[in-house]
Design a protein around this ligand. Sequence first.
Ligand SMILES: Cc1ncc(COP(=O)(O)O)c(C=O)c1O
Length: 373
Amino acid sequence: MKLAGRKILLTPGPATTTYGVKLAQVVPDICPREKEFGRLLKSVCTELTRIVSDSEKYTTILFGGSGTAAVESILSSVVERDGLVLIVNNGAYGKRMCEIAEAYGLGHLVFHSPAHSALDLTALESLLDKSRRKITHMAVVHHETTTGLLNDIDAIGALCLKYGIHLIVDAISSFAAIPIDMRKMNIHYLAASSNKNLQAMAGISFVVAETELLEKNNPSKPKNYYLDLHAQYRFFSETYQTRFTPPVQTLYALIQAIEELKEEGVDQRYARYKKCWETLIAGITRLGLKYIASDNLHSKLVTSIFEPNVEGYSFKEMHDYLHSRGYTIYPGKLDEFKTFRIANIGDITFKDIESFLMLLETYLNRKGFVKDV
Ligand SMILES: Cc1ncc(COP(=O)(O)O)c(C=O)c1O
């Protein structure tokens, strides 16, 4: 078998994977209803739980699907018909949670905040104080992949504790890179997926939740079907199977990716990513490009960069130039500014970023882009 050539994805997931992860998918065919597969699923759930919490208090529930499936599963399963969820919207993924709430007709309030500055926690608390209806849940994105902005989950968790609110966190782009402790941060439900900092393949999304809540909150008339969190939890607890066909080979890749994460460690992985980010920032700054989100609020995982102000520039042309040379970059997602995004996650090192910067420099020089002084 010929091994695929190495391509560098500077996109916020799927990220570049190791050969070990790619090859782990080549396994003898197996029916996912077999006991041995169930044992694998069970151990994957335990390992995923351990990355952010402990199995005494928390459980992981797997779904076949992309990250949005996990977020949608939580919102549509746990916010009851008479419940009220306060959604923090400071980027595209906060907005997506609002759209999910609307699609399911959930009672919800929205706390709007700019995409590039820290949340005003005093204003957030005053909304909790002023609400005439009891707010039952708060939903927030940990790392807003739109800009690279990190929301302060410790502070939000403390607010939720004070007001007796269950906290839902979309940790899709922070899980397995930025250390998370669900107990300490008072997170009740967390959504993540296989294909970002976990460095596995796309196709598995999962929810880590307080087991007691999964046991207790069991609506008699669910609003969803495939994404019913409680039904998926119950079925798995009884059978060690998912209710519907799981992405079998993707699971083997995930097992390998978890092993590789354990070898590297979350802290070390984040240190590697941060070194990539520092290299990127030094490089783009030298070239004269500017980026959104100040360093103290930055995840150091994804950077939203202002497009170069030069005649004839097009994202597509720059993308195609870099893509044909092995580096894939990503468009921006902000309405108010023209940006593109570079993520520095996956199986890459700062050397890959240096090579990327050389190509970017050549491209910008060809366009006649000059640094503002
Ligand atoms: C914070 C966040 N939430 C949700 C998603 C959606 O994930 P998916 O495209 O896998 O459904 C993403 C994807 O980039 C994300 O970064």
